[in-house]
Design a protein around this ligand. Sequence first.
Ligand code: SAM
Ligand code: SF4
Length: 332
Amino acid sequence: MTTVGTLIDTQGRVLRDLRISVTDRCNLRCVYCMPVDGVAWLPRADVLTYEEIVRVARIALGLGVTGIRLTGGEPTVRAGLEVLVRALRDLDPALDLSLTTNGLKLAAMAGVLRQAGLTRINVSLDTLDRARFRQIARRDRLHEILAGLEAAKRAGFSPIKVNAVLMRGFNEDEAVPLARWAREQGYELRFVEWMPLDSQRSWSTERLVPAAEILAALQREFPLDRVPGTDPSAPAELHRYRDGGGTVGVIASVTRPFCERCDRIRLTADGQVRTCLFAHEEHDLRGALRRGASDEEIGGLLKAAAWRKEPGHLINQPAFQQPARGMSRIGG
Ligand code: SAM
Ligand code: SF4
């Protein structure tokens, strides 16, 4: 039996973008995400199997989901990621299937992932300076990411997006060097505002580098024109280099929230549905999956969760409270 309906919420938003975290584990320790010693990993038995993930994805596709992004933690550290990619691709040849990765393992995996049916790739990189990278990611592995990006290009991924987070006191002056490099390499760069989702709770408005400041720095170097929005649910505000050098984007989740256009729903590695990065409530799917619930029941749980999607985050309001899970355990 198939499920019917769509994932719609009380605000009339239809949720079409499913973000699946395949693991909470990671091979870096970025300062804006994780503490130096990492976080306690989920017990393996709590993590959904690939079969369970594919089942949820199949049901979600039946409910109108059109895009799936695999994330983590670091998704490439989970063994056999290409097997999951192939199984998801087999669900629907038209599925927009993407991956967010720190790029460390792409040199070895980009070709395999592409062949398995991955359509798009986002690589996170916050500096091109080796010493700074070591400071931010707490590992001396910048060269491996650059090799991974090259491998992604060779494998035929296009476009390749690069996501950068800027933090005051670490890499606030990297906007222009990163933009220059991305233009030369043909990568689509997106600056993501630092959000209060770090496990060590060191976020502050003073250390956040706002999108407006990033854009002003870019404008001084490269004249830009705002690209009128094409996809209303896309969070990135895009700007085109006037000299034809492509586009650069900012994702101003904190200073210019786009909650009213958000069409995302998330599945954590341990099978909890989250309808907002900043949600305090989670909806347990793992229990239902493991006690033999039917597709209709799973679909019903997804629909009920979607219906309760938070109208918006409250970061800029006094009532804001950071959620218990950090970004690496939610799936960014
Ligand atoms: N490990 C992979 C990676 O780094 O791309 C995937 C997971 S990571 C949590 C997904 C994205 O979230 C990355 O682009 C990372 O830079 C971003 N991120 C992590 N913590 C963040 C925070 N507190 N605020 C904003 N972005 C954050
Ligand atoms: Fe790992 Fe990604 Fe978090 Fe960095 S941002 S610590 S790579 S999960």
